[in-house]
Design a protein around this ligand. Sequence first.
Ligand code: GDP
Ligand code: IMO
Ligand code: MG
Length: 454
Amino acid sequence: MTVTIVGSQLGDEGKGGVVDLYGDAADVVARYQGGDNAGHTVVHDGEKYKLSLVPSGAVRGKVGVLGNGCVVNPETLFDEIDTLRDRGLEPDVRVAERAHVILPYHRALDGIEEEEKDDLAAGTTKRGIGPTYEDKAGRRGVRIGDLLDPDALRERLEYVVPQKKALAEEVFEKETGEEFDIEHLYETYREYGKRLEEEGMTVDCGDFLQERIDAGDNVMLEGAQGTSLDIDHGVYPYVTSSNPSSGGASVGTGLGPTVVGQGDVIGIVKAYLSRVGTGPLPTELGGVEDQTPDYDASEGAGEDEEELATRIRDEGGEYGTVTGRPRRVGWLDMPMLRHATRANGFTGLAINHIDVLAGLDEVKVGHSYEFDGEEIFTMPPTTEAWGRCEATFKSFDGWPEVDWAEVAAEGYEAIPENARTYLEYISDELETPIYAVGVGPGREETVIVENPYE
Ligand code: GDP
Ligand code: IMO
Ligand code: MG
């Protein structure tokens, strides 16, 4: 049986924590897209683990798989594995031979293009994600399987590296170094290939997972990023280059959609909105100016809004896990969530961070948009149109700060009444039941309503 975890907004909804919690009943946790642009925080035995690439389940002794839909930077992979080992864990990580490899020139080009794009820049994590997926689609990528085969690796590098070098030097007029040097790349990446082989880490992902499922194991499929960052369903071009939405769980692992569809698909919702990187944000509160060249929401934001934004940002620790950038924050955006619910076919919701909003007099929600004089309830398909949408807000009475660990221990009914009203509004609007409510960053600070493996 599978359970799929999907971000419903703009990433950092607290997917890692939910994977960690529900993952208890899983034997295998597989990521199906993205790379080391993701950043998951998992708290285990009072220790905080920050992971970018290794699936969150690895902290708790599960088999972690990086599916064929992922892009893998072997340097990050081994750094994370070594760090976990230094901290006394024994992570068991497998990597799909069909997954694509992030090479140093991808990272270099990510940085160069972001600079060049100016207002169109997505504010990427500069991990080389976009350029690697570009090469995958362009049929000039290097796959994990190629690192195991010296001839294949050399042949691929000899074809692609001169093109990348010419692009950097002649189109973008940059100086290049060893990240564009075939011999250096060959030597370094063959070494990674040998280590992957020695440690028995590579798999045919679909086969591996299907065999485990057939043997009765529980598999968790872990999405990174979020639906509004999806290359097809997100706010293009301010998106990542893969499919975080649930369709990606099938394509990115090699399990059939009918297999994935037999299990739950759980949408992870942050009770407000946060965003690293650029693009419009109709429910934004205040702004973090340097990240919003085109859509500076701080323009016109009153001092109260700025104060509120700062309060939520600080209470929620809204600073990027990967880059440390302060995240932009806003009220919950229901049109975004209606869009995500349809695109993913959510069967349940985990709504996190309701503790962060505690103590406010009023909690607002963008219920619908006013778009060219009309009221609309879901996101328009172009980002330019989305930028013209103005949120129509609904207001909820705030809820008090309480002992959230106690609430989590007691269960759903112990959640302050006004917060329950808020949660039930979300669930009703999305016609999707609540499976869990996050009331704090700790593992025990989650109210479990439904366990998808039971
Ligand atoms: P992911 O990228 O979706 O896995 O999420 P991140 O780990 O990047 O960001 C979520 C942050 O919020 C982490 O620091 C979590 O520890 C924290 N977090 C998760 N759920 C909750 C919650 O319900 N309340 C609070 N206060 N923090 C939470
Ligand atoms: P997790 O898994 C939040 C954003 C970047 C940028 C855009 C493209 O922790 O939720 P990329 O480097 O992927 O080419 O950047 O996507 N982004 C994320 N935002 N959480 C993430 O991952 C993100 N991964 C990428 O900020 O706007
Ligand atoms: Mg994150």
